[in-house]
Design a protein around this ligand. Structure first.
Ligand SMILES: [Zn+2]
Length: 157
């Protein structure tokens, strides 16, 4: 398998939410002094006075755990662990998949979903066509062609 094929296969195996987080970064809860604690942030006091802060990405569900110093003091060297959400795909360095690869993948999916190039031209998303609508279009087209052929035959007769 070539590098490009391997990358494409890996990218296409990733869920939409995970692809978006890989492309744009996780949506970690943002702590703002003077404001309520945000959704997805859970501080769990430990016996030794440290605090285990559990943050959950609001998009993909990835969890980040930070263990503070005693008294809840955040240290830049604090122990950090991550828990992957279901369907998370681990990417190894030798696979050389970059954030830009995921951005390209998100754009490719958007193009499939809403016809991103149609949006760029017309300013309106193209409506996705359901299989039923596709069959209906074919049936109507066949009916129109049949009527035109019959009309032409009558004119010719
Ligand atoms: Zn995420």
């Amino acid at each position: 398998m070539t590098q490009a094929n391997g990358t494409a296969k890996l990218l296409s195996a990733v869920d939409n939410e995970i692809a978006a987080c890989r492309a744009w970064g996780h949506r970690w809860p943002e702590l703002v002094p003077g404001k309520k604690l945000p959704r997805g942030f859970r501080p769990l006091p430990q016996r030794d006075g440290c605090v285990l802060a559990i943050e959950t990405c609001q998009r993909c569900g990835k969890e980040r755990q930070t263990l503070t110093l005693p008294g809840g003091i955040f240290d830049t060297g604090a122990l950090r662990r991550y828990r992957d959400p279901e369907h998370w795909v681990t990417i190894h360095a030798e696979e050389k998949v970059t954030r830009r690869d995921f951005q390209a993948e998100v754009w490719r999916r958007l193009h499939e979903d809403i016809g991103l190039y149609t949006v760029a031209r017309t300013g309106k998303p193209r409506k996705a066509v359901t299989p039923t609508e596709a069959v209906l279009v074919v049936v109507i087209d066949v009916a129109i062609v049949t009527l035109l052929v019959l009309a032409a035959l009558r004119i010719g007769a």
